[in-house]
Ligand binder design. Sequence first.
Ligand SMILES: Cc1cc2nc3c(=O)[nH]c(=O)nc-3n(C[C@H](O)[C@H](O)[C@H](O)COP(=O)(O)OP(=O)(O)OC[C@H]3O[C@@H](n4cnc5c(N)ncnc54)[C@H](O)[C@@H]3O)c2cc1C
Length: 560
Amino acid sequence: MPYTAPVAEQRFVLEHIVRIAELAATERYHAASPDVIEAVLEGIGQLAEGEWAPLARAGDTVGAKWTPDGVVMPDGYKAAYKAYVEGGWGTIGVPEEFGGQGLPFAVQCAVLETLGSANMGFALAPILSVGAIEALQHHGTPEQQATWLPKLATGEWTGTMNLTEPQAGSDVGALRATATPRGDGTYSIKGTKIFISFGDHDLADNIVHLVLARTPDAPKGTKGISLFLVPKVRSDGTPNDVRVVSIEHKMGLHASPTCVLSFGDHDECVGELIGPEFGGMRAMFTMMNNARLNVGLQGVQVAEAATQKAVEYARERIQGAREGQPAAIIEHPDVRRMLMRMKAQTQAARALVYYAAGQVDRANLGDAAARDRLEIATPLAKAHGTDIGNEVASLGVQVHGGMGYIEETGAAQFFRDARITPIYEGTNGIQAADLVGRKLSLSNGAAFATLIEDLRGAAHPALGELVAACDSVGRRLQTADADDRLAASYPFLTMLSVATCGWLLEREAAEAGDDAFGKAKKAVVAFYLDQIVPEALGLRAAAEAPAAPLYALEAEAFAA
Ligand SMILES: Cc1cc2nc3c(=O)[nH]c(=O)nc-3n(C[C@H](O)[C@H](O)[C@H](O)COP(=O)(O)OP(=O)(O)OC[C@H]3O[C@@H](n4cnc5c(N)ncnc54)[C@H](O)[C@@H]3O)c2cc1C
């Protein structure tokens, strides 16, 4: 499917939201000079447009296939992945000490945005590897880092995340996979994991599985979980005892094999402990936090691609007339409403996710306030970013009319691909619970207060009103009864996300010039502030409602 990387927009957001020049002035991110950023954005655009986007359709229609010898990707994927590895794209955000290019996480996000807009399912492979690299960087021993990081960084090997089991989805603490010491410092891993993205494939020589499991006599729940590195091929070159039982037949994302993996069928599955025993959740959170931003980024990816496709269609499809002349549908006000909304929401999601990514980089530089901002921004970026991806993909189908429902246009593929993003990496309901349960009261409410202080700079009257509403509802929720807090969590998450997006977009509009890009930016931001911000104000009643009405029906009565 044709796709054009939005280089000017990405550069603008890196400049004015991430404030990349401030990062480039530090020793750690000195590589992020303007010409390097330009070369990265242009270069990844060429790879995505020329090699990854043309494979998206085959990814959907042919998809990854299970065979007794392992999962096989559709034709062309191996070569396109090789081009990614050889271009050095995997090493962008990896620190120089681990053989990477040492660029900020925000720049890596821009790279992954472009790859994912071109081919969302395929881009999950590098996204998961980024998570594995992060976990090893922070929790691996120097020996583990030396063994596994270099080839994970280049992308010669890929990484996976193994949490889910049939009885343990959102409730990770219910997992049962076991890890028994073998007496030589390694562990024997046994158990079944389901829904493992890129759990097997033929793109790379090895796959580094990061697996959550329990050691003997481990305490129940999340406290007793440890993290293990379980390679597909051991470091001595022998195959490990990991079997791909099957891959799922699913709604979308067919280029991403979603595997059932069985570890230790023959009691020969060898794993290494990463971090301390029972430190699994902490280590996994390192992986999950960035993965959550990367899933929010998938919302941006699909929204950008769906918008480009809808705009192209709307300019060509003739239907009806305006001023006596046959009109392309882009001339009709309601189609314009949809397209403006698609553009505004896409830019809002990008601003939010890149902003959060920039806080990762600042936190890495030791900025404690940035760490607080990131803690709050993470559930917003994941949940609201993916909600936007779904809304925009759905509008994309609508703009295409009946043709949107017909597979050959590709609008339906975006819609199907997007649907998983509010579900995996912690459902959006779990993100909302995290926001009101843990993040609002972080540092005695100081983290939330910092964000609200930032947002108070808002100039648009409706945005000012929304910020005040978020402040009042958020402070009330900090002391509310747990049920009331959880009942309010989702509407509140949306209010706070829209307020943050509005504030970021206002900042963008203030920096926009009078060229074509700047004029378009100001028009899109005005639309967001005038039309989307007031909708979020309407959620206040729901965010202030007690939980009781949600329990007005007994569970059985729902079925009546
Ligand atoms: C395509 C695909 C790829 C995936 N990739 C991976 C992967 O690579 N690695 C991996 O480990 N997993 C992966 N997953 C699993 C995914 O992370 C889980 O599906 C997800 O965490 C939800 O768990 P569940 O499916 O068991 O749903 P459930 O936990 O059963 O949730 C069902 C519903 O109940 C809600 N709910 C559950 N508990 C609560 C609660 N406490 N409070 C409020 N609401 C709640 C949820 O929000 C949801 O709406 C993948 C799944 C899919 C479909």
